[in-house]
Design a protein around this ligand. Structure first.
Ligand SMILES: *Cc1c(COP(=O)(O)O)cnc(C)c1O
Length: 406
């Protein structure tokens, strides 16, 4: 099993220890995730490498424009990662040190680290059992425990949250809400893509995400001022990056007005991103077809809960196909033996040693639905290029694991 780490290299599965596998030809393990790379990428990368400019420069600007056009967003600033994007947005808000920031406990550790590195205090929000994301009710409950200065929302698995409803429940202005849209590309609510009209939506282009570059992130914002701040803060807080200083007529002189991070995207990443982005709509269609096949095969299995079903007005990005099963850890081991890689999204923040010691037992006990549901979550392989035969093996393996449990 992996937890949001790159896929293990293909290794021979079912090493002939299982009785059923012994008389079958050895089959390669189906990894949980494989990064899909568009065929245009190698030539595009070679061009940048030969261009004489390989860090943040013209390709980064072009990728930002492409991604803004794709989303329908006013501004996009490309950065090193989604984690850096979250920290930059929090720092750009200039909140008093130690401010309470609402976050789901069911999220990736990078989002919690961003809050802590920005000097603030995570306040854990519970989830709704059906959508796996906070509801207005759970947000209001968390806000009643600790009056928040800001909030991070998260589109668990690709399910677009109702940001306006959660913002209102938190009692916050929209300029105090950051969307962790790591699972957001391809998701939309009422026809509006995640990040299209956001104050701050943070995207990830990590290897296992729907729009993989390998590493990379971006902030999409409707706010010119926020875009300008992050553009400066992604590169130390310098008033001008070196690309602009070395342009004809550029000056060597720059100022540092705010203490920034080193979190810029390079032109090598950006040119990969441009090629990947062009392929993304096709990949999203493929994800949709794979999901329809999983749904048809798994609906009605004993003890299995399908992913989010309340899809009224919602375009799910299908970053993950997350089911809920009892006896999850044992089923993961059985699937592994059957040559099927899986993952878990996520181990809640409240279960992690470092956050337990920072937040204390009372705060960690405030998310009972998350605690119960998290032990049942299981992410199945879902990616463009997953063959019908491979998907059939996944379906057979999980069906057998569940049937054997009645
Ligand atoms: C992957 C992920 C991140 C971190 O993305 P990076 O680009 O690797 O920093 C943040 N939040 C969620 C929900 C994620 O899945």
């Amino acid at each position: 099993m992996t937890t949001d780490s790159p896929a293990a290299p293909n290794s021979p599965g079912g090493s002939a220890t299982g009785s059923a596998a012994a008389d079958k030809p050895e089959q390669a393990t189906i990894p949980f995730a494989i990064p899909t790379v568009a065929s245009e990428v190698p030539d595009a990368v070679a061009k940048v490498l030969g261009s004489g400019w390989i860090t943040t420069g013209p390709q980064t600007g072009a990728f930002e424009q492409d991604f803004a056009d794709h989303l329908g967003a006013a501004h996009v600033v490309a950065v090193a990662s989604c984690t850096a994007a979250l920290e930059l947005c929090l720092r750009a808000m200039n909140l008093p040190p130690g401010s309470a920031v609402l976050t789901p406990s069911l999220t990736f550790c990078g989002a919690i680290n961003a809050i802590l590195h920005a000097g603030h205090r995570p306040v854990l929000v519970d989830i709704d059992e059906d959508t796996l994301v906070p509801s207005p009710h759970t947000v209001a409950a968390a806000a009643a425990r600790h009056a928040p200065a800001a909030m991070i929302t998260q589109n668990q698995g690709g399910y677009p949250v109702d940001v306006a409803a959660l913002t209102e429940a938190a009692g916050l202005d929209r300029t105090r809400v950051i969307e962790d849209a790591a699972h957001g590309p391809g998701a939309a609510r009422d026809g509006v893509p995640v990040g299209a009209h956001s104050f701050a939506a943070c995207f990830s282009f990590y290897a296992t995400k729907n729009m993989p570059i390998g590493e990379g992130g971006a902030v999409a914002t409707s706010d010119q001022e926020l875009a300008d701040r992050i553009r400066s803060m992604r590169l130390h807080g310098m008033s001008k990056d070196s690309w602009r200083r070395y342009l004809p007529g550029g000056s060597w002189r720059y100022d540092v007005k705010n203490v920034g991070l080193k979190a810029n995207m390079t032109d090598v990443q950006a040119v990969i991103g441009r090629a990947q982005l062009a392929a993304l709509p096709g990949w999203q269609r493929e994800r949709g077809e794979l999901v329809a096949r999983y749904d048809a095969a798994l609906a009605g299995l004993p003890n299995l809960t399908l992913p989010q079903r309340d899809l009224d007005g919602v375009q799910h990005a299908w970053h993950l196909y997350q089911v809920r099963v009892p006896d999850r850890d044992a089923i993961i081991a059985e699937l592994e033996t059957a040559g099927v890689g899986t993952s878990v999204h996520f181990i809640p923040a409240s279960h992690m040693t470092a956050y337990q010691s920072i937040l204390g037992p009372e705060e960690c006990a405030a998310v009972p639905v998350t605690d119960r549901v998290a032990d049942e979550l299981l992410s199945l392989p879902l990616y463009p290029g997953l063959s019908a035969a491979a998907q059939e093996r996944v379906i057979t393996a999980i069906t057998e694991a569940l049937r054997s449990r009645g």
